[in-house]
Ligand binder design. Structure first.
Ligand code: PEP
Length: 254
């Protein structure tokens, strides 16, 4: 059975003290009410070490929001996969639409990052998603499968099996708009079939498919009912312990 994965992407929020308080409250809430899902949080780089100390000996896992593909070198301002592994990250989010749009990350960069992350025995969470214009032009499936193909080109089944893929429609991120269950079903089913046909039924079936885009507790339950929703990537609602874990609780009801 697939264990759902729920990841909180804190983005560029949380100075040290706030990050520690938030991590502590998630750990303590998980102690009183364990989740029926694997839970991870992705604080800013500056808070990773302090948050790691808070999550030690708890089921809560540490994630990073990005990394560079080279292990070291003259890349001012960047952080490498070995550095994130050393600090205790289990997951690294890659290809977030904010990285693609604001920092011009291209699919071939994301592909190299995927190799770097899995090479350090961490798991990558690869984000794909269409803009509103692309959806309105009927290009959603084309866009997400192309992003997938470009990022996964030539990768081994071993790498693929260590991935989660987050479908994050760009128009739903931080906007309060959600893809409706029918829209999520269509894209997730298509991603699953695409993975299975590209990498074989076994490898293509173990990849967890997350939905992200203004997920709130109120809408989570309608999405966990879908067969191919295996978790969530949560931005704004992950900045408080209670709504974040209430989203994960939606998986208890299945
Ligand atoms: C995200 O940043 O991945 C995200 C889904 O953000 P939000 O939940 O705030 O839309």
């Amino acid at each position: 059975m697939t264990v759902p994965l729920v990841v909180g992407n804190w983005k560029m929020n949380g100075k040290l003290a706030e990050s520690v308080v938030l991590a502590k409250s998630i750990v303590s809430r998980l102690k009183t009410k364990p989740a029926n899902a694997e839970i991870a949080i992705a604080p800013p780089f500056t808070a990773l070490a302090a948050v790691r100390d808070e999550v030690r000996n708890s089921p809560l896992k540490l994630a990073a929001q990005n990394c560079h593909w080279e292990p070291s070198g003259a890349f001012t301002g960047e952080v490498s996969a070995p550095m994130l592994s050393e600090i205790g990250c289990h997951f690294v989010i890659l290809g977030h639409s904010e990285r693609r749009q604001i920092f011009h990350e291209a699919d071939d960069m994301i592909r190299k990052k995927l190799i770097a992350v899995t090479g350090q025995n961490m798991r990558a969470i690869l984000c794909v998603g269409e803009t509103l214009d692309q959806r309105q032009a009927g290009k959603t499936i084309d866009i997400v499968t192309t992003q997938l193909d470009n990022a996964l080109k030539g990768l081994s089944k071993g790498v693929i099996e260590n991935l989660a893929i987050a479908y994050e429609p760009v128009w739903a991120i931080g906007t309060g708009l959600n893809a409706n269950p029918e829209q999520v079903r269509e894209v997730h089913n298509c991603l699953r079939i695409h993975l299975q046909s590209g990498f074989g039924a076994a490898s293509g079936s173990v990849v967890r498919l997350l939905y992200g885009g203004s997920v709130k507790p109120e809408i989570a339950a309608s999405l966990t009912k879908l067969d191919e929703v295996n978790g969530f990537l949560v931005g704004g609602a992950s900045l408080l312990a209670e709504p974040f874990l209430a989203i994960a609780d939606a998986f208890n009801e299945n």
